[in-house]
Design a protein around this ligand. Structure first.
Ligand code: DQA
Length: 144
């Protein structure tokens, strides 16, 4: 059974309450249950990291324990070389990593158009709402 890690960066624990016009009104824990039902053949672990070091450590834990990572680094996408370096390290070991953004970061403030993580990700999904996580998992389910 494949084991996939979903990592959410800062403020995504507020999904459902945070700027619902942008991020919708569904909590991630509710959505994660739906994902588990949709992918019974995959073991899904979801982690919420509001701090940068916590997020880097969560990525390190993926090295030996997971087959793929879905990451929404949230604001750290645009600020953190440390998070980007940790993703680069995972990719260096051929771990597939998909970067997901709920909103279309290219249609927002200019600062959000730059993600330090994207260069190292296997692929990026931006602007498809929570559906982006499902698409990322579908992709990872099909990788060797
Ligand atoms: C986000 C986009 C980021 O710019 C923002 O800081 C977030 C969420 C998204 O999922 O659309 O917190 O990553």
């Amino acid at each position: 059974m494949k084991h996939i890690l979903i990592i959410n960066g800062p403020n995504l624990n507020l999904l459902g309450r945070r700027e619902p016009l942008l991020y919708g009104n569904r909590s991630f824990s509710d959505y994660a249950e739906e994902l588990r039902t949709s992918f019974p053949e995959i073991q899904l672990t979801a982690k919420q990291c509001n701090e940068e070091g916590e997020l880097v450590t969560a990525l390190h834990e993926a090295f030996d324990s997971f087959d793929g990572v879905v990451i929404n680094p949230a604001a750290f996408s645009h600020t953190s070389l440390a998070v980007a370096d940790a993703v680069a390290a995972l990719r260096g070991e051929n771990m597939p990593v998909v970067e997901v953004h709920i909103t279309n970061v290219y249609a927002r403030e200019a600062v959000r158009s730059k993600s330090f993580v994207s260069k190292y990700a296997s692929g990026v999904i931006s602007g498809l709402g929570l559906e982006g996580y499902r698409l990322a998992i579908s992709y990872l389910a099909g990788t060797d």
